[in-house]
Design a protein around this ligand. Structure first.
Ligand code: LLP
Length: 428
């Protein structure tokens, strides 16, 4: 389910007309389909139904309190990367005992906060961090539950900035040395309980092969750690990719960009069918840390066209959203379909859609054949539910956009648009 479709000539999110939302709340505006989020979570949870498992939503993908609340009500787990994310999860009614805490650089206040809240596991990324965790736990007189992240040296075949499982990346402990790290920890670190093993090879994987390769390589290690130290879980990370070229419920309109060679959805059914037989016999609880799969196609960013500018070689559609609102095209060459909210006619133009920011990297597409929308019209940047608002900034002193959560025919403001006063709050 994707929750976005044209109805009566206008793009809708579930039963809500996006044009009406843009008129009422202004643009740029993030809009999320709550039922799509729930559908994705439930499908993944169901696909793993035959084994002991937990879906720990990667909060970093979209950390709006109301989004977290939807998942907390489903009794989801949460994968967090900061004290701030733990705070959000707790505020949203999530259970700290279902939280795993990832990241290469946790600070003492963050570790203390998470220990006091009783999180499920610290997923540590180095032996140095494990020793530090032991020290902080000793100071508090508690035992810290921990898993070490293994770097399996597998090529995830994704954009270089979101590939994490190769030995040149900063993440995790090298596959060849990790058994020794567990052995030393078991001998020397009295305030750490070795509870699990973790890995995450990268994000936006559209083939199941790298997952299979990593699971096959690491499974014997997981068995060894279970038999030797009694670990109870193995988190195989997140990374399930979505198809950015197809995010309308009714299928892609003819004017959407052609899918790049080989891009097809990595279905949950295929993911489950390939991985479950390789995990089932281990007798470990399997954790997943999906972010993008749950929320990516469940959100759009609405923006209004301000001007059509004719350069000597190009036509630019200048819109009111910028790279500060959605940075994925600038940072990862991310592709987002651009859909006029008013259902377009036949006319096509090759254009660049650009924002108002003073940077050449501030574009949403370049030289793309699009339906010919006019200044004043609203367009939707599709598949913006993951790593959209959470990566937005105040660059160029632009207030952050509002966020709306849709449930059927109800649309609720779940974060107000920032005001000019918000921009300078805390400054002197
Ligand atoms: N677990 C760990 C340890 C991670 O580092 C990440 C993502 C996830 C889980 C969730 O991955 P997902 O299921 O969402 O692929 N901003 C980038 C993506 C950065 C991903 C960072 N880590 C983008 O917009 O493509």
């Amino acid at each position: 389910m994707h929750g976005f479709a044209y109805r009566h000539g206008s793009l809708h999110c579930e039963d809500v007309d996006l044009q009406a939302l843009a008129e009422e709340h202004g643009t740029p505006l993030y809009v999320y389909s709550g039922n799509t989020i729930l559908d994705h979570y439930r499908r993944l949870d169901k696909a793993l139904g035959s084994i002991d498992h937990e879906v720990a939503y990667a909060v970093k993908a979209n950390s709006n309190l109301s989004v977290l609340k939807l998942l907390a009500a489903e009794h989801a787990g949460f994968d967090i990367v900061s004290g701030g994310e733990l705070f959000r999860v707790i505020k949203a009614g999530g259970d700290p005992a279902k939280c795993t805490f990832a990241g290469v650089g946790k600070t003492r206040p963050e570790i203390e906060y998470a220990l006091k809240q009783g999180i499920y596991s610290f997923n540590v990324e180095s032996e140095e961090e494990l020793r530090y965790l032991n020290e902080v736990a000793a100071d508090l007189g508690v035992i810290a539950p921990a898993a070490v992240r293994v770097n399996p040296n597998v090529d995830a075949k994704t954009h270089k900035y979101i590939s994490t499982g190769k030995s040149g990346n900063k993440f995790g402990v090298d596959f060849d040395y990790i058994a020794d790290v567990y052995a030393r920890a078991a001998r020397e670190l009295a305030h750490v309980k070795l509870r699990g093993l973790q890995m995450h090879i990268g994000s936006q994987l559209t083939s199941v092969k790298p997952f299979v390769e990593a699971v096959e390589k690491v499974a014997p290690l997981a068995t060894h750690l279970k038999n030797t130290y009694g670990i109870e879980f193995w988190s195989i990370g997140g990374g399930i990719g979505i198809v950015y070229h197809s995010s309308l419920e009714s299928g892609s309109p003819s004017w959407w960009a052609a899918k790049p060679e080989g891009e097809r959805p990595l279905t949950i059914e295929e993911y489950g069918a390939e991985l479950l037989p390789r995990l089932q016999h281990l007798g470990l609880k399997i954790l997943l840390e999906p972010g993008r799969y749950i929320v990516g196609n469940a959100g759009v960013l609405l923006t209004r066209c301000l001007f059509e500018k004719h350069g000597t070689t190009k036509t630019f559609k200048v819109v009111d959203a910028g790279m500060n609102d959605l940075i994925r095209p600038a940072l990862y060459e991310g592709h987002h379909e651009i859909a006029p909210v008013k259902e377009p006619g036949e006319a096509r133009r090759k254009v660049d859609v650009v924002g108002p920011i003073c940077e050449s990297g501030d574009f949403f597409c370049q030289d793309r054949e699009l339906p010919d929308f006019q200044p004043g019209e609203v367009v939707a940047l599709m598949s913006a539910g993951a790593y959209g608002f959470v990566m937005a900034s105040n660059y160029n002193s632009r207030p952050l956009p509002a966020e709306i959560l849709v449930d059927g025919s109800t649309a609720k403001v779940v974060r107000k648009r920032q005001t000019l006063d918000d921009l300078i709050a805390g400054e002197v």
